[in-house]
Every structure is written in structure tokens, then in C-alpha cells.
Design a protein around this ligand. Structure first.
Ligand SMILES: [Zn+2]
Length: 126
């Protein structure tokens, strides 16, 4: 079913982008130092990258997604028979439809913020 074309190129739109929202914590094995000590072949002590965090110093303790609102100018609309219009901002695309795709656009900031807050409040951490 074809949705109404509510926006055209040049319109100012508020876009709900989905972004990763991961929490990290210092590695419990190396304490965030990124390295550990090991016994070498000749019984010497050698420093190696921490095997727990792989030398990163931190571990991802929860991963989830959040949606953020951004004010943008609509660049392009792509129409195809039988599917909703696809709106482009730069090379990213979004839909004027909450049930189609994760990135969505709105005509007012209030609508976009309300949708972002509602969606973010429903997310559970892994
Ligand atoms: Zn570590």
C-alpha cells in the first residue's frame, strides 16, 4: 500500500537514527592495564596482552540500541510501486512509517522526541 508522500526533497525533517549504546567496564582481570604477566620459556616473566580483554583494557558489559533525533534536510525520495516511499538524507535512508524499518522521519521535533523516548524506554539491556 502506498503511503501519502508527506515530505519532499528540501524539507526540514527530524530523523530518528538507531545507534549502538554499549556500556563497558574496566577488565576485571588486568584492571584496565591491558596486559598480564606470564612465565616465559626460560622461566622469565614476560608481559603479554591481557587474555581476558585481549589487550583492550575494558569489556562490554551490556549492549543495546538507542534512537536519537537529528534535524536534517531531506535530499531525495525514491518511489517504487507497491512499497512505501523511501526518504534519503545523504546516503542513509528512512521511512515515514513506524512499522517499516528502524530509521524513521518526522515533521516536528516534538513527535520525533516522543517516539525516541518511548522506544528508548522500552529497551532492555542484554
Ligand atoms: Zn584485561
Amino acid at each position: 500500500m502506498m503511503n501519502d508522500l508527506r515530505f519532499i526533497p528540501g524539507d526540514t525533517v527530524w530523523i530518528l537514527w538507531q545507534k549502538p549504546d554499549n556500556k563497558t567496564a574496566p577488565c576485571p582481570f588486568c584492571g584496565g592495564e591491558c596486559y598480564a604477566y606470564a612465565t616465559g620459556e626460560n622461566e622469565e616473566t614476560v608481559q603479554i596482552p591481557c587474555p581476558k580483554c585481549k589487550g583492550e583494557g575494558e569489556l562490554t558489559i551490556s549492549s543495546k540500541w538507542k534512537r536519537e533525533v537529528e534535524l536534517r534536510i531531506l535530499d531525495r525520495v525514491q518511489l517504487a510501486v507497491g512499497v512505501p516511499p523511501v526518504y534519503f538524507v545523504g546516503n542513509r535512508w528512512c521511512y515515514d512509517d513506524p512499522d517499516h524499518g528502524v530509521d524513521q522521519l518526522f515533521g516536528t521535533e516534538a513527535e520525533a522526541q516522543a517516539a525516541a523516548e518511548k522506544w528508548n524506554a522500552e529497551q532492555k539491556e542484554d
